[in-house]
Design a protein around this ligand. Structure first.
Ligand SMILES: O=C(O)CCC(=O)C(=O)O
Ligand SMILES: [Fe+2]
Length: 361
């Protein structure tokens, strides 16, 4: 079937799951197959809680640099913690954003001889409690609420694709898996060097995960989604909503019946101050090769044939053979200093430069 292109991102109301579930699932199915992005409202996470979280995110980035550097990713092979602006690379260009990566707290279990993906799992790096009271507790509470919301969306996604509600979670998510999330600050362009450009984060698809939930923590513009013709569609913050998008893991596992759509963030225009956002990524298990699930033919028949993307070649056959290895290689190529410190031999084996140049992952 020809692609039905999109010019805006649909808004789905989770309250209709109780009042008119079949209409909700039809809208969701359309969004999965044709857009790969949607907003959800009436998601059940309290607005006052999210306001408090947003204030703590601003408070974290306002800490003195030496405090933030105590939580730098370089201190841990998990790639959890702080990255200074310009440290992350997308499509071989530096991203103009500062971030704090966190996850549900799990102990480190990796030791020599175990699969390398286990080295990504471990505890968070927290700033000093007295510098930011309530930060740890609020951030972990957000993580738990976002995970519950993401899992209930994964059940609805399964139903919208003609599967049993738990089909995706049972096959592709482990009960005690670590799911990653981030606090992000995008400075406005007048707070950057002119040669830094306006790439907050470059065009990409969310790799190897199932679903992303994104809370746009203030009202500044910047997020854009690429439609099938290659046009960038603005995705503004809508109060009390999350933006949901599909990861390349789910896209592969449901045979492209949900599309992992390319997106990017531009730094805000001069004078507006920074944009803050908080994504949560529902990961797919990394411990085994995963096989796609059977999707009813009448749903597969609706898939668009050709989709233009500025992030081609990001998802290669390594994922299909070994998702855990893929996840590690992907982390190394985004954060090359951590890669050089903890994964140098692996990076070299896979041709990933830990200094500059192209990677292909
Ligand atoms: O900050 C945003 O709005 C999007 C972030 C994003 O796409 C990502 O971190 O994968
Ligand atoms: Fe993304």
């Amino acid at each position: 079937m020809a692609a039905i292109d999109f010019t805006y991102i649909p808004v789905l109301d989770l309250a209709t799951v109780r009042t008119n579930k079949s209409a909700f699932l039809a809208d969701l199915q359309h969004a999965l197959i044709h857009v790969g992005f949607f907003y959800v409202k009436n998601h059940g996470i309290a607005p006052e809680f999210l306001d408090g979280l947003a204030k703590l995110a601003v408070g974290y980035f306002d800490l003195p640099l030496d405090e933030k550097l105590k939580t730098d990713k370089i201190h841990s092979p998990t790639f959890l913690g702080y990255s200074i602006q310009g440290n992350e690379i997308t499509k071989d260009k530096k991203d103009n954003r500062e971030q704090f990566d966190f996850a549900n707290e799990l102990p480190a279990t990796w030791s020599e001889g175990r699969h390398i993906h286990e080295r990504l799992t471990g505890p968070n790096l927290w700033p000093n409690q007295s510098r930011l009271p309530g930060f740890r507790q609020t951030v972990l509470s957000f993580h738990q609420q976002a995970q519950e919301l993401a899992e209930s969306l994964a059940r609805l996604v399964a139903e919208a694709l003609g599967l049993e509600p738990n089909a995706l979670l049972d096959r592709y998510v482990l009960p005690n898996q670590q799911h990653r999330a981030k606090l992000i600050k995008y400075p406005a362009v007048d707070q950057l060097d002119p040669q830094d450009g306006t790439q907050g984060v470059g065009p990409h698809r969310d790799t190897a995960s199932l679903l992303t939930l994104l809370y746009q923590a203030n009202s500044l513009p910047g997020l854009q989604v690429q439609n099938h013709a290659g046009t960038w569609i603005d995705t503004p913050a809508i109060p009390n909503t999350f933006v949901v998008n599909i990861g390349t893991g789910l896209e592969y596992l449901v045979q492209n019946a949900a599309i992992a759509t390319t997106h990017r963030v531009l730094n805000p225009p001069p004078g507006l101050g920074p944009r803050y956002s908080i994504p949560f990524f529902l990961g797919a298990r990394l411990d085994a090769k995963l096989t796609p699930i059977g999707i009813p033919q009448h749903i597969l028949d609706q898939r668009p044939q050709v989709v233009v993307t500025d992030s081609a070649h990001q998802f290669n056959k390594v994922y299909k053979e070994d998702p855990g290895l893929y996840a590690v290689l992907n982390r190394i190529s985004s954060h090359r200093d951590v890669g050089a410190k903890f994964y140098l031999q692996l990076a070299q084996e896979h041709g990933i430069s830990t200094t500059t140049s192209s990677t292909g992952y």
